[in-house]
Design a protein around this ligand. Structure first.
Ligand SMILES: Cc1cc2nc3c(=O)[nH]c(=O)nc-3n(C[C@H](O)[C@H](O)[C@H](O)COP(=O)(O)OP(=O)(O)OC[C@H]3O[C@@H](n4cnc5c(N)ncnc54)[C@H](O)[C@@H]3O)c2cc1C
Length: 306
């Protein structure tokens, strides 16, 4: 279902420029359909380009028309405001962006590939180094941009090179010297990640499979079950976990409107029926204040607010 973007002459000129692209672009796409929290407003424009050439045409046109662009991966770390996103949201779901190939000891993956599929492919090929990420939801693009990880390590440690599309549609491959990864952060904030190459270690596939399965069970046990309307609120500070700090500060029962801390796993927010993006924002601030006041620790939000 598409909707018209009503507005000024300038808005109409932008809409016409997008319509002329020859790429299937929908208007007024509800972003709640694309995020784990399942809340928030619409994207003014939304598309799933079929290949790199179509993607380049979209981003170039958006740059020419001063239309802001965002990529949505698995939507497991995004909070969309009630007002939505006034630009182009791109999902790299086409097969051209989801491929996975193994050339020992390298694994190449498109940014739209699910992280769990890349981990499984690596393990099957007897390549170690990503298995501790098996329980992290989302795509390769989202994981690399946010340097996803946990106590077993971060994805950035295994990245050999990343392929990025810049806002003028050009594509460049960046090797290690140009890449920086820190805790839940990378310097990949100036373009769209379209692919990544990981360098791994050869190991016995049977042993690796056991390790991956163990991580899956332990990791999933540490996540809320029974609902998908959740998000992780904070980064773990050095030497401890956000969950432990929230519990120590007595934050397990906090709520704001229909957003509540998930009591068994206190670093997650659960969005109840009718929850708004403002409820989630207020809860994140409430929990942050509580930990600051009671423990003197400043938690850093993980969730990306658009
Ligand atoms: C149940 C649960 C468990 C989680 N466990 C962990 C965990 O253990 N460790 C951890 O680090 N995180 C965890 N997270 C957070 C989240 O899953 C990760 O941050 C994940 O890597 C996000 O990937 P995504 O594809 O869903 O990204 P999205 O949520 O879609 O996007 C996140 C951000 O990255 C940007 N982005 C996405 N793809 C691209 C791209 N191709 N190019 C440029 N920008 C892009 C988006 O614009 C957005 O700003 C968890 C979340 C949930 C809900």
């Amino acid at each position: 279902m598409t909707k018209r973007v009503e507005g000024t002459g300038a808005d109409e000129a932008k809409a016409a420029a997008i319509d002329e692209l020859g790429v299937a672009v929908s208007r007024g796409e509800p972003l709640a359909h694309h995020t784990w929290l399942a809340i928030g407003g619409e994207a003014a424009w939304f598309c799933e380009p079929v290949d790199v050439e179509a993607l380049a045409r979209v981003v170039r046109r958006c740059q020419q028309q001063s239309i802001p662009v965002r990529v949505i991966g698995g939507g497991s770390n995004v909070l969309v405001p009630t007002g939505g996103f006034p630009g182009m949201v791109i999902r790299l779901s086409a097969p051209a962006f989801c491929g996975i190939s193994v050339e020992q000891p390298l694994v190449r993956a498109g940014a739209g590939a699910k992280l769990v599929h890349v981990v499984s492919a690596a393990v099957q090929a007897g390549l170690a180094g990503l298995e501790m990420l098996v329980d992290i939801p989302g795509t390769v693009g989202g994981a690399v941009v946010g340097n996803a990880g946990g106590h077993g390590g971060d994805i950035g440690q295994r990245v050999r090179e990343v392929t990025v599309m810049l806002s003028d549609g050009t594509v460049e491959t960046r090797g290690r010297p140009k890449l920086a990864f820190e805790s839940r952060w990378s310097n990949l904030d100036d373009g769209l990640v379209i692919g990544c190459c990981f360098e791994l270690d050869e190991e016995d596939p049977a042993l690796l499979t056991k390790r991956m399965q163990k991580q899956w069970i332990v990791g999933r046990g540490g996540q809320p079950s029974g609902t998908r309307n959740v998000a992780m609120m904070f980064k773990d500070p050095l030497g401890t976990t956000a969950e432990a700090l929230i519990e120590q500060a007595g934050g397990r029962d906090l709520r704001a409107g229909e957003a509540a801390v998930h009591p068994p796993h206190a670093n997650y927010v659960v969005a109840g029926p009718g929850c708004s993006a403002d409820d989630v924002r207020r809860l994140v601030e409430l929990v942050r204040d509580r930990v600051r006041q009671r423990l003197g620790v400043e938690l850093t939000p993980l969730i990306q607010v658009w």
